[in-house]
Design a protein around this ligand. Structure first.
Ligand SMILES: NC(=O)C1=CN([C@@H]2O[C@H](COP(=O)(O)OP(=O)(O)OC[C@H]3O[C@@H](n4cnc5c(N)ncnc54)[C@H](O)[C@@H]3O)[C@@H](O)[C@H]2O)C=CC1
Ligand SMILES: O=C(O)[C@@H]1CCC=N1
Length: 277
């Protein structure tokens, strides 16, 4: 079975490396293409056996399953280019949330799946979000679940919940990293603690927190209870967070959804320009 990757930027590369490192795919099972050739060349050099295609059509022609690891605004160009090369028996996987499964089915004869990975998959952890298209057979679904099972916990989601699920599974690593950095910076500003020490402390804390939640039998709720002993210092901090942080996250979810709706509209206008008002 040959797996093609169109787009070897940040996420295309992350997926390729995760599949190879997990032992799920061998470099010789992969064929790749990227607009900026040097990026794909560097990847092919790092993994001998990995095949570099001269264009996206060659990637498609030579693969059984191919991934579209490109940004929303890049879909029209790529779909125009590959459309005639795509076969009905192929599986096409898009990793891009605002491109609708039905729209890809209208453009390509292949069996479509939308699977949104997370940067956490680079550590063979976290979820991948699986939105199957209507033409995927049961066998195709099992195949994709098995593939992504090597680097993540695949979770079936309704397309209507793609955005919010992606906020939690895929965007939140960045959100949480930002909060941790802010916490460390505040500690530095308020006390003069060396920044290096502050960053190391929060990083190790996150490592322990992850383990407690995944292997240590804690839930988010029990963890807060265990640390915030009545009358203790943590309680003071939690009281403040309860009051001030909640509304920020409501706003954040509203913002990601507004941007998502905007992206969907732009993608649809580019894929089906006649429908433009
Ligand atoms: N960064 C993340 O954690 C996640 C990103 N995604 C989605 O993955 C998609 C890609 O994101 P990134 O990899 O971060 O973007 P990126 O900009 O790093 O990579 C996109 C790649 O596509 C290539 N490209 C553009 N047009 C092309 C064409 N016509 N033919 C071949 N290659 C072409 C670019 O050269 C670039 O290497 C986005 O839609 C993003 O929302 C999904 C889940 C997680
Ligand atoms: O659009 C998305 O949902 C993904 C998650 C992180 C970046 N892109």
């Amino acid at each position: 079975m040959i797996y093609g990757f169109i787009g070897t930027g940040n996420m295309g590369r992350t997926l390729i490396e995760a599949f190879i490192r997990s032992g799920k795919l061998k470099p010789s099972e992969l064929i790749i293409s990227n607009r900026t050739k040097s990026k794909a060349e560097a990847l092919a050099k790092s993994y001998p056996g990995l095949r570099l295609a001269s264009d996206n059509r060659e990637t498609v022609r030579n693969s059984d399953v191919f991934f579209l690891c490109i940004k929303p605004g890049e879909f029209r160009n790529v779909l125009d280019e590959i459309r005639d090369a795509v076969r009905e028996d192929q599986i096409a996987v898009s990793i891009t949330s605002p491109v609708m499964v039905a729209d890809l089915e209208a453009w390509l004869s292949a069996r479509i799946a939308k699977i949104i990975p997370s940067i956490a998959n680079a550590a063979c952890a976290g979820n991948s979000l699986f939105i199957p298209g209507s033409r995927l057979t049961r066998e195709n679904r099992d195949h994709l679940r098995d593939l992504f099972g090597a680097i993540s916990q695949p979770l079936m989601v309704e397309e209507v919940h793609t955005r919010v699920a992606s906020d939690l599974a895929c965007c939140a690593p960045a959100f949480m990293a930002h909060l941790m950095e802010k916490l460390a910076d505040a500690a530095v500003e308020e006390t003069g603690l060396p920044r290096e020490t502050a960053l190391s402390l929060v990083t190790r804390m996150a490592e322990g927190l992850g383990r407690l939640l995944t292997e240590g039998g804690f839930t988010l709720e029990t963890l807060q209870e265990r640390v915030a002993v009545p009358g203790g210092i943590t309680r003071e901090g939690l009281n403040l967070l309860q009051k001030d942080v909640g509304p920020v996250f409501n706003e954040l979810i509203r913002l990601t959804h507004a941007k998502y709706e905007d992206d969907i509209e732009k993608v649809q206008n580019s894929l089906f320009p006649k429908m433009k008002k």
